[in-house]
Design a protein around this ligand. Structure first.
Ligand code: NAP
Length: 308
């Protein structure tokens, strides 16, 4: 995502810096292809007007701290903007925002909905900020003229955490539905292959749109399962925090009376798929969960689009 967003900006004529120290060969190649300039974090802190954090969500806070420290060292009076664009829960976004309190760094909470930009396609970068940082939010939104599809989230109660909350809510529905379908296909197959096949035919008869969704989403999900596991944990915490605040229950464990467990269970499921993908890669053929899911999709395609 970071390289693709960077490419949009370099294509529009901006200079985009990225710190490639310690990064993999694949990341270095993507950065070079996107026209990004390798720079140290100190250099980025000294030169960049805006810093967009796009990396694994688990690294978001550590990176924000490192950026703040670098900015303190090199340019502590120059006002700059920092946008956390990662799929983190609103509590994490607020913790990141707090890191910049009392510094000249203006914080924007952002959440990207959609896949990496390519061709005519652009994901939406939703953004929100604290009431006092609305000018910085408007400045971030002006990246629209450089090719970034930014939409600001303003209005009653909107502030830091709301763009992340929107991302969590959307991803919780989108990736949650795919996770539930995956869990039920695997469970049906564990009962017996005949049960999985019967499930497929029943979906085709009574919920054909759902079967089509499984056909299109499953192959897309498999290679991303490792990343979706972390995202499900963030969503679980989001649901837990939100529902325990709403006072729906006096029991506060994993969200009110445990509502956050739904996505926590999906996190474990996606971890399992990721492990099965790794085994499949090492063996050079589909094994265990990956085989069951790919075989299901193959059969579903024949049912939905029968060959003449
Ligand atoms: N992909 C999407 O469709 C999508 C959609 C919406 C939002 N997002 C958000 O975008 C962010 C990145 O997702 P992605 O799909 O691009 O993930 P990804 O494919 O796993 O790529 C992560 C990138 O971050 C680099 N990285 C890892 N640790 C880092 C660190 N500590 N500091 C700097 N860079 C680091 C990785 O480099 P190495 O190769 O060296 O590990 C890699 O280039 C996530 O927060 C995700 O939620 C992605």
């Amino acid at each position: 995502m970071g390289a693709a967003v960077g490419k949009r900006l370099t294509t529009a004529g901006l200079t985009v810096l990225t710190d490639l120290a310690g990064r993999s060969a694949a990341t270095r190649k993507r950065a070079a292809d996107a026209g990004l300039e390798d720079a140290s974090l100190l250099d980025i802190a000294a030169r960049a007007q805006w810093t967009l954090s796009i990396l694994p969500p688990s690294e978001a806070e550590t990176f924000a701290k490192a950026f703040r420290d670098a900015h303190t060292q090199v340019a502590h009076t120059r006002p700059v903007g920092f946008a956390d664009c990662n799929a983190v829960n609103p509590t994490t976004a607020k913790r990141v925002a707090a890191l910049f309190a009392g510094t000249p760094i203006k914080f924007v909470d952002a959440g990207i909905i959609g896949g990496p930009p390519h061709g005519d396609y652009d994901p939406v970068v939703y953004a929100s900020a604290a009431p006092e940082d609305q000018p910085a939010l408007d400045e971030f939104a002006s990246l629209k003229q450089w090719g970034l599809n930014v939409k600001t989230l303003k209005g009653e109660g909107a502030g830091v955490g709301d763009a992340s909350a929107l991302k969590m809510s959307y991803a919780g529905i989108n990736k949650g539905i795919i996770g539930i379908c995956t869990a039920m296909i695997l469970s049906a197959h564990a009962s017996s292959p005949a049960t999985a096949s019967a499930l497929l035919h029943e979906l085709s008869d009574s919920q054909p749109f759902m079967l089509k969704r499984i056909i299109s989403s499953t192959p897309d999900m498999l290679p991303k399962a490792y990343r979706w596991a972390g995202e499900m944990e963030e969503i679980s915490a989001f649901v837990a925090d939100g529902l325990s605040q709403s006072g729906s229950s006096e029991q506060v464990s994993v969200g009110g009376a445990g509502e956050g467990l739904t996505h926590l269970g999906l996190a474990r499921l996606y971890e399992r798929i990721a492990s099965s993908m790794k085994d499949s890669g090492e063996k050079g053929e589909d094994v265990s969960e990956v085989k069951v899911l790919n075989d299901f999709v193959k059969e579903a395609k024949h049912v939905v689009e029968p060959k003449n």
